[in-house]
Ligand binder design. Structure first.
Ligand SMILES: Cc1cc2nc3c(=O)[nH]c(=O)nc-3n(C[C@H](O)[C@H](O)[C@H](O)COP(=O)(O)OP(=O)(O)OC[C@H]3O[C@@H](n4cnc5c(N)ncnc54)[C@H](O)[C@@H]3O)c2cc1C
Ligand code: SF4
Length: 532
């Protein structure tokens, strides 16, 4: 008797949790990931190595960092075995209580109580560690001063980060899983977490969940992009394009974990296809939200090195709904200077351009230095401001893939007065000049690294794409476990929450029946031209 087969689409946070937990439950697990597998030396030394940094496969750029430009938002995300963990800033905060009672999942479970043990597991698995005092960088100290100025020192602190803080540069046997995981190297505080850790200190998913999943028989097919998931008899047929051509896999259970961009597009395409998943909820692509964040920069004269530390080393809760984190890139990673313009909030272009000119005229010295400073990343504090305020977008299929339109509430905005005021405080303390992405200054389009929703939880298909168990309404055995299942705005960096939600969902999946994992892998797929 052959065993049960599970296919997981995407290898980010949701996909990695699913791979390990389903392998432990006896499924023959195959993970399909569109991006490559990266070794430490594959990551770029700086952002200027665009071929190794950016994911633009059409141009032959096969790096881990992707930028997607839409009418209402610019989305930053990760690609490759490990998904967003490859380029994320390692920060793992828990959301405030308000998160559990908002959005389409409100009232369907006691989410706070149910998720609590899974947050604990997620922290342990991701290797969450409080950033030591000795690892505080200049901008962490400046944030502490700002907290004191605001009378909010008790709301300021070090972040919990997925980093191994052993002796800098020293390799040790796995310190997280009693030797079952890979070696780690002590963090050197090089600040390069968001271009990929070349040291071996960052707990990316290929060093925890995926590593352990592979040890338990899961296999990961990199460079393999899924193009369709179709209902077939009691299971599903997954069609993909791999390095050797088209691939078709039959599965008893499928987990969609392709991140919001991947999962939402796949679901929208399959809903529109009579041979796909036509009975999907009409809410697919709806309730897409950001963390309502603002990303700003403060460029200084470079006299103090702002790169030393981990990517995000401190956090200040500025009120009950908002917080700010200073972010850093490593030395030499100044490519984003090409995309920066003077920070100028406002609802109209003319207003923003006027504010931009006034800002430059008010401090010409700082403005000119921001343009000519030699090592931009050493001189620049990036500020990530987030809040729980909600407003959602909708993804639809456009002529060139996904397109956004407004959904409910206020649109995400690049103009948040509190964020601008905090940037001014930083600029004052550091003697710097505030900047934003050109898309924000010119077109008022906000940027987000925290896109969520699109396949939200609802009691029925009228209210959401998936049920409380993460199974797609109308499609038993088809699950969504990634950022697209997050059904309210956590107001904080979301990876810990995505991980905890995936842990909870996978805990509810029954154990596999039938034969051994290895036997079930045999004959699972065939290379073929996908048919409808
Ligand atoms: C620069 C940056 C910094 C960040 N910092 C933090 C932070 O400090 N803390 C935090 O909590 N979050 C952070 N984030 C956000 C975090 O990375 C994401 O929220 C998280 O990775 C989302 O997890 P996921 O499971 O939804 O999917 P992802 O991690 O996005 O993974 C999805 C995977 O699916 C793959 N995929 C997509 N489509 C297909 C397809 N059709 N076929 C096969 N594979 C496919 C993708 O290549 C990707 O590898 C950051 C993000 C960025 C970009
Ligand atoms: S600071 Fe450097 S060594 Fe430490 S985790 Fe980040 S990239 Fe790795």
């Amino acid at each position: 008797m052959s065993g049960q087969r599970a296919v997981i689409v995407g290898s980010g946070f949701g996909g990695s949790v699913s791979a390990l937990r389903l392998a432990e439950k006896g499924y023959a697990v195959t993970v399909l990931e569109q991006g490559p597998r990266f070794e430490r030396g594959d990551f770029p030394k700086t952002t200027w190595d665009v071929r190794r940094f950016f994911w633009v496969p059409q141009l032959g750029f096969r790096g881990p960092f992707r930028m997607s430009f839409f009418r209402h938002v610019t989305i930053l995300s990760g690609v490759g075995v490990g998904g967003g963990s490859l380029v994320y800033a390692n920060t793992l905060p828990e959301p405030p209580d308000a998160f559990y009672g908002q959005g389409s999942w409100a009232g369907l479970a006691d989410w706070k109580a149910e998720l609590a043990p899974h947050y604990a597991t997620a922290k342990r698995m991701l290797g969450a560690t409080r950033r030591p005092d000795s690892a505080a960088g200049v901008t962490d100290e400046v944030l502490g001063e700002i907290a004191a100025d605001m009378g909010r020192s008790e709301h300021y602190g070090a972040t919990d980060v997925a980093v191994y803080f052993g002796e800098p540069g020293k390799r040790v046997p796995d310190p997280f899983f009693d030797g079952d995981g890979p070696d780690r190297v002590g963090c050197t505080l090089c600040g390069s977490c968001m271009t990929g850790c070349r040291i071996g200190a960052k707990n990316t998913l290929d060093r925890n969940y995926l590593w352990l999943a592979e040890k338990r028989g899961a296999r990961i097919l990199a460079d393999t992009r899924v193009s369709a998931v179709r209902r077939r008899d009691a299971g599903y047929r997954v069609e993909a394009e791999g390095p050797d051509g088209p691939l078709v896999l039959e599965a008893d259970l499928v987990v969609l974990s392709a991140g919001v961009l991947g999962t939402t597009e796949l679901l929208l395409r399959m809903k529109a296809d009579p041979g796909g998943l036509p009975a999907l909820s009409g809410t697919v692509g709806r309730q897409v939200r950001t963390n309502s964040e603002a990303l700003l920069g403060v460029v200084t004269d470079g006299s103090r090195d702002l790169t030393r530390g981990v990517a995000i080393g401190s956090i200040l809760h500025t009120d009950a709904h908002s917080h700010i984190e200073p972010v850093r890139y490593g030395p030499g990673s100044g490519l984003f200077r090409l995309m920066a313009l003077p920070h100028a909030p406002g609802d109209r272009l003319r207003k923003r351009l006027g504010a931009s000119l006034r800002s430059a005229a008010a401090r010409p010295g700082a403005f000119v230095r921001s343009l000519v400073v030699r090592d931009w990343s050493k001189a620049t504090a990036i500020l990530l401001y987030m809040r729980t305020v909600d407003g959602t977008l909708r993804f639809r299929l456009g002529a060139a893939g996904l397109a956004t339109s407004p959904d409910t509430g206020a649109l995400p905005t690049a103009s948040i007065p509190e964020a601008s005021a905090l940037a001014e405080r930083f600029a004052e303390k550091l003697g710097g000049f505030p900047v934003s992405m050109f898309t924000e200054t010119l077109a008022a389009i906000p940027s987000t690294a925290h896109i969520l929703g699109g396949a939200c939880i609802g009691a029925t298909a009228e209210d959401g794409v998936i049920g409380v168990d993460h199974q797609v309404h109308g499609y038993p055995g088809l699950y969504v476990c990634d950022g697209s299942a997050v059904s309210a705005n956590p107001g904080v960096n979301p990876s810990l929450t995505i991980t905890a939600m995936a842990e909870r969902a996978m805990a509810g999946v029954p154990h596999a029946t039938g034969g051994a994992t290895g036997a079930a892998h045999e004959g699972m797929e065939r290379t073929a031209t996908p048919t409808r």
